[in-house]
Structure formats: C-alpha cells, structure tokens
Design a binder for this molecule. Structure first.
Ligand code: GAR
Length: 188
C-alpha cells in the first residue's frame, strides 16, 4: 500500500520540494504533511504552492511533542524525513517513529556533525579543515544529534577555490539525487 511521508524542515525547503516532486512522479508514496518550527520558514510557502498540508509548530509544542504526534496521526503518517530541520525531535515522537525517521546531514558523519552544525557552518568547517572530500549522510534519527545508524553516504570532492556556497551546491546535488531514493528504499 502507498505510504504517507511527513517532512520536518526549518528553512528554505529545497529538499522538501524535491522529495514531494519525486514521489508525485513515481507514485510509490506521497508527502502528506510538512511541519516547520519557524513561521517564516520558506518551506511553508513551497508546501502551500505544492498543495501539501503544512503547519508551523512553535518551540514549546516541539518540546512537548503532543501536537506533533497528533498531526502525524491525523495525516496517517508512516515515515518522517528531516530535511534541514534544526531542532531536536522530542522523545515521544522519536519513539513513535523508531526505525521510521531519517535525517540528512551535509557532511560525511561522524565528521562535522553535532548540535549547531548545519548548512553553511558545516561547509565552512570542512573548508577550514582542508578536507579533500565532503558529501552527505542519511541516518536514522535518535536522541543525539547526527548519531543514528547510517543508511547511506555519498561523497563529492572539495575543489581548490571552493567557498561554502560552491561546496553547498555540490552537496545539494547529491542530496537531491539520493535522499528521495533512499527514503523510497526504506519504505519497501
Ligand atoms: C541541507 O543541505 C541539509 O543537509 C542541511 O540543511 C540543508 C537544508 O537545505 N541539514 C543540516 O545541516 C542538518 N544538520 P534545504 O532547506 O534547501 O533543503
């Protein structure tokens, strides 16, 4: 049976949009819900344009988890994908979706992960460390930031003259290519 996906996101939402479009084309699953932790997160506008139900959930509600669990239940959600989501997921939600919730991180974990490591901060740290390669990690979500079991890693080179922006673009390309496919394989 077709599975229902929810996406948690905090910002721009290009991965969220890519996942929505991928499953619309494939028909193997459907993104039924987008939750954001900021009222001005652009992902909310993207979701509205795409016709996907989307809600802002405030900080207190994210800490407590009850409203999130209710929204997930109301939309019959089987699987949750974090895509640029910067808050910790509350324990009650984590436990309800053990083995059914993944995160994507824009580096080769365990390198350059942990609290406060997101977006351009990650890419800047990779450049500062003089790494020859970077990439993406898709992993199960647990109580600790960026520490769950790794499902998939993909690498890209760090090139001479790279800026956080140019590296981010290369990493985003990997995210768009692999994240929906990995979600799809986990749903089967
Ligand atoms: C993505 O690169 C994702 O890997 C990263 O935020 C970006 C969100 O972009 N996530 C983290 O850094 C989590 N620690 P998007 O909003 O355009 O999808």
């Amino acid at each position: 049976m077709k599975k229902n996906i929810a996406i948690f996101a905090s910002g721009n939402g290009t991965n969220a949009e890519n996942i929505v479009r991928y499953f619309r084309d494939k028909g193997t699953a459907e993104v039924k819900l987008v939750l954001a932790n900021r009222p001005d997160a652009f992902v909310l506008q993207r979701a509205e344009r795409l016709g996907v139900p989307a809600f802002y959930v405030n900080k207190e509600e994210w800490k407590e988890g009850t409203r999130v669990l209710q929204l997930l239940a109301d939309h019959g959600i089987d699987f949750v994908a974090l895509a640029g989501f910067l808050l910790r997921v509350p324990d009650n939600v984590l436990h309800a979706y053990t083995g059914r919730m993944v995160n994507i991180h824009p580096s080769l974990l365990p390198k350059f992960g942990g609290k406060g490591m997101y977006g351009d901060r990650v890419h800047q740290a990779v450049l500062d460390a003089g790494e020859a390669e970077s990439g993406i990690t898709i992993h199960y979500t647990t109580e600790q930031y960026d520490e769950g079991g790794i499902v998939c890693q993909q690498k890209c080179p760090v090139l001479p003259g790279d800026t956080p922006d140019s590296l981010a673009q290369r990493v985003h390309a990997l995210e768009y290519e692999y994240y929906p496919r990995v979600i799809e394989s986990l749903l089967q």
